[in-house]
Design a protein around this ligand. Structure first.
Ligand code: FE2
Ligand code: FE2
Length: 127
């Protein structure tokens, strides 16, 4: 179950980064620091998605196109985080972030990624 462990570890790291971003905004950290965390979110999300897509190919996950589209959408949103932060201001940004971005990422992990994990586990149970 190395692949599933790896996915879950990456999800924990991603959620940790998102929480760090929220804290940084709530604590009025500098724009430069906020931007730096957003860059980390973008880069880690990108490498995690690429990694997960490889695991989907490797395990023959049937709904890979749908899942990949969801990644593309979340990635687009990640690339808009700076713009949102600049446009909305701290308070509105956190509000939007909690109700939209964070919620969508968590939902993706809980449902879409869970389906991939279940698929990988079924495959390895069959041997
Ligand atoms: Fe995913
Ligand atoms: Fe994931």
């Amino acid at each position: 179950m190395v692949d599933v462990d790896e996915m879950e570890q990456q999800h924990r790291k991603l959620i940790g980064l998102l929480n760090r971003l929220k804290d940084a905004v709530n604590n009025h950290e500098s724009r430069k620091d906020i931007y730096r965390i957003i860059d980390e979110v973008i880069s880690f999300t990108g490498s995690h998605f690429a990694n997960e897509e490889q695991l989907m190919v490797k395990s023959g996950f049937p709904e890979i196109d749908l899942h990949r589209n969801h990644h593309v959408h979340l990635m687009k949103e990640a690339h808009r985080l700076k713009e949102k932060y600049d446009y909305a201001g701290e308070e509105m940004f956190v509000e939007w972030f909690n109700h939209w971005y964070y919620t969508n990422v968590i939902a993706h992990i809980q449902y879409a990624d869970k389906a991939v994990e279940d698929h990988i586990m079924q495959g390895s149970a069959k041997g």
